[in-house]
Ligand binder design. Structure first.
Ligand SMILES: NC(=O)c1ccc[n+]([C@@H]2O[C@H](COP(=O)([O-])OP(=O)(O)OC[C@H]3O[C@@H](n4cnc5c(N)ncnc54)[C@H](O)[C@@H]3O)[C@@H](O)[C@H]2O)c1
Length: 322
């Protein structure tokens, strides 16, 4: 049984903590949001995920998970600390790293024994390097630590199942031994583990999300062409999907991609490229098509309603991201 601390009790933190505790580890979940921690202590879930409430109840009753706002309590005896705080879009589309920075600083000020710091937040390439800097420059006394990047690939709505049955686990570090210790934590999940350097691990997350978003914009562009030429995009996608080199996933034409990750991650990757003097043509096109697709829906709705939506009652089926 290993002692883990998880910083941030949102989608990623709560699911990570819950699943590791369910796998037999001891987990302390730390959040600065007092209301969220009070809810969790009272057995109420701040989010809905299938199976989450039952699992949290089982592992808290078994004494394997607890919730606190105190980093001291969270880090006492912990061997591993997972950073799972938010990285929303900043004004120019860049990832806003204030929460990651604050978490790293508080870990540095609070840690008293050797620690492996694992970053699960989606962060720009190079974040692992400055996280190391922040921790070493804010420790009151030098204590050994290593930073490992371990991006998360779960989807909201099937988060527990995705965590427990990942397609792969990606670990990046300059400290191979630390990455291998984290690999041991993930070993029971029986999925391929890719151990690489920290910048490559950070990029794998962005490249994966950008690629999936690209597939969606691709099929949406095809859908516009299909409409003009009298072809059925749903059948086109089905016909394409049987090709093993293409596959059927993320090929449904529609309103475009949304949710808490794809829009911000594509923007952040484009911003990274731009700030390093590159012109990310494909990423820009992916975002442009996505915005166009939304406008298309409004234009079509207006057309079907005789030119104006005002005074009309419109039903929307499916209140998900879209
Ligand atoms: N939601 C997803 O489906 C998903 C999937 C993969 C990766 N990610 C990435 O994981 C990260 C977290 O996403 P999320 O959806 O869980 O975010 P979230 O906003 O749901 O949760 C973040 C939590 O961190 C807490 N927090 C902020 N600063 C803190 C601090 N200094 N100390 C302690 N707690 C702090 C917040 O109060 C909040 O509860 C993001 O980088 C996101 O891009 C999210």
């Amino acid at each position: 049984m290993r002692q883990l601390c998880v910083i941030g009790s949102g989608y990623v933190g709560l699911v990570t903590g819950t699943c590791f505790a369910d796998m037999g580890n001891r987990v302390t979940l730390v959040d600065i949001d007092e209301r969220k921690i009070e809810m969790l202590q009272a057995g109420q879930m701040p989010i809905y995920e299938p199976g989450l409430a039952e699992t949290v109840l089982r592992i808290t009753e078994a004494g394997r998970m607890r919730f606190t706002t105190s980093y001291e309590k969270g880090l006492t005896e912990a061997e591993f600390v997972f950073i799972c705080v938010g990285t929303p879009s900043g004004v120019d589309g860049e990832a806003d790293l204030q929460y990651v920075r604050a978490a790293a600083q508080t870990i540095a000020e609070t840690m008293r024994q050797p620690l492996i710091v694992i970053n699960k937040s989606t962060v720009p390439v190079g974040t692992g390097d400055w996280t190391t800097e922040i921790i070493s420059s804010n420790q009151p006394q030098p204590v050994e630590f290593a930073v490992v990047s371990c991006p998360e690939f779960l989807r909201e709505g099937s988060a527990l199942a995705d965590f427990m049955h990942p397609d792969r686990t990606v670990l990046g570090s300059t400290d191979r031994a630390a990455a291998e210790k984290v690999a041991e934590l993930y070993a029971p999940l029986d999925a391929p583990i890719v151990i690489t350097d920290i910048r490559t691990a950070e990029m794998i997350k962005y490249a994966s999300n950008a690629f999936l978003a690209t597939r969606i914009s691709f099929i949406n562009e095809i859908s516009i062409i299909c409409e003009r030429l009298g072809a059925d995009v749903t059948e086109v996608a089905r016909g394409m999907g049987f090709d093993k080199r293409i596959g059927p996933h993320f090929l449904q034409a529609g309103v475009g991609f949304g949710g808490s990750c794809f829009p911000k991650d594509v923007k952040a990757l484009a911003n990274m490229a731009q700030t390093h003097g590159m012109h990310p043509q494909l990423l820009n096109a992916v975002m442009e098509i996505n915005a166009f697709q939304r406008r298309q829906i409004t234009l079509k709705t207006r057309e079907m309603l005789g030119g104006s939506v005002s005074g009309k009652t419109v039903a929307i089926l499916g209140l998900a991201f879209k």
